[in-house]
Design a protein around this ligand. Structure first.
Ligand SMILES: [Zn+2]
Length: 411
């Protein structure tokens, strides 16, 4: 994997990744995101419906936890996960956990890390982990690590332990990778742990950077137990320690305002579970990411925003997780709204259907609701990343943040 940075402005890194693992002819622009999948396929979408979505990320993410039951089958199959799921051309990044499901705390030991799949808990040693990767043959994979530092305040001792264990897993996995012909073209991503203890975070970053990893995963920033200020501060210090020429991944960060804050602190690659979560609650992403100034439209957009925020709709219980980046199509006010989800959106749903129709599908629990919302939400989210890169190219990141500030500040 080769990263060419074309520009670094105020911490944000703009660049292109080439030589992506097994498929050397593909490239990926950063900042960017991975395609969120369940076992390799995009949720709700067939391969054909996914192809109508614009700006699909070139690398698909799947989690090891969802593949534990398949290990034996894949080991016998001997051709890797890409071909097995019918997508031999896809680039695959294998993470330990699914960002959408929770992993209970307190199960990791000196020698093992636990992951949870449909069949329950699986305890992984470094050799079992590497045997699974050998059967999957991903292009990139997250190294085994002890990231059990997310829940609540952790002690210095626990933070130190997470770093020690993760470094020892890394060394063992690198050693096993050398001996595996199947994994010679796969890129291992080193994991930086250390909870909220700066000194451990820095040690983790420095030590991991000494090893021959393809990139770095900044782990343990998901969840809300660590204060946001602490996270951002830690992150700035950690990314400053990392070599510039390797990409930095983060897990569990999906909200557009947070993505911006993390990009400004030197993070390159995100996930795309956020549009999936939005879809699952019957919502559509509507936040603005067009940063080119157009005063007349800006006023219109502002009014529209106030309108949406202003009327609480008692027909829909608005669970707390609904963010100001989205609208809830289950609300009765959309029953006779014959406009698209987002004016001007070129996705299949907005081109062919109305908010009223999606509302109806949701009310009658038709599976098509999930399909249409997923198509729109993915396209909107991937479009946001394109807009971030263009804004970086044109030195207009502040304008981008302002143009979406209606939604960003309310969040
Ligand atoms: Zn759309």
């Amino acid at each position: 994997m080769k990263l060419s940075l074309s520009k670094v402005v105020g911490g944000c890194r703009l660049g292109t990744l080439t030589n992506l693992g097994r498929k050397e002819n593909q490239s990926m622009e950063i900042p960017g995101c991975l395609l969120y999948t369940k076992m390799g396929s995009a949720p709700h979408l067939t391969h054909d419906t996914l192809q109508t979505v614009q700006n699909i990320p070139v690398v698909a993410q799947l989690s090891l936890s969802s593949l534990t039951d398949l290990h034996d089958v894949l080991a016998d199959y001997k051709e890797g996960i890409g071909k097995f799921i019918g997508m031999p051309e896809s680039l695959v990044y294998c993470s330990l956990h699914d960002p959408v499901s929770c992993s209970p705390a307190g199960y990791n030991t000196h020698k093992t890390v636990s992951i949870w799949g449909s069949g329950g808990r699986t305890e992984l040693t470094a050799s079992k982990f590497m045997a699974m990767q050998q059967a999957i043959r991903p292009d990139w994979f997250q190294c085994l690590s002890d990231g059990d530092t997310v829940a609540g305040e952790i002690s210095k001792k626990r933070a130190k332990k997470s770093v020690d264990r993760s470094l020892s897993f890394l060394d063992e996995c690198l050693h096993l990778q050398q001996k595996s012909p199947e994994l010679q073209q796969s890129m291992m991503i080193g994991v930086i742990e250390g909870g909220n203890v700066l000194e451990e975070r820095l040690r983790s970053a420095r030590e991991t950077a000494k090893r021959p990893v393809g990139g770095f995963l900044l782990d343990g920033f998901q969840g809300s137990t660590m204060a946001k200020e602490t996270k951002l501060e830690l992150l700035s210090f950690v990314t400053a320690e990392l070599p510039a020429e390797k990409p930095r991944f983060i897990h569990g960060i999906g909200r557009p305002d947070e993505v911006m804050e993390y990009i400004e602190r030197g993070v390159d690659i995100f996930e795309s579970f956020f549009p999936y979560l939005v879809t699952e609650r019957g919502c559509a992403l509507t936040f603005n990411y067009d940063y080119h100034p157009n005063p007349k439209e800006a006023v219109l957009k502002e009014n529209e925003q106030t309108d949406v925020e202003g009327k609480a709709d008692e027909t829909c219980n608005r669970p707390e997780e609904i963010t100001s980046f989205e609208i809830c199509l289950k609300e009765k006010r959309y029953q006779e709204d014959f406009g698209p989800l987002v004016k001007g959106c070129s996705c299949y749903c907005c081109q062919n259907h109305t908010r009223a129709y999606v509302h109806h599908l949701l009310m009658t629990k038709e599976l098509l609701a999930g399909v249409l919302l997923m198509m729109h939400n993915f396209q909107h989210y991937f479009g946001f990343f394109c807009s971030v890169r263009n804004a970086l190219k044109e030195d207009m990141v502040d304008q981008l943040k302002k143009s979406s500030s209606g939604s960003f500040s309310e969040a």
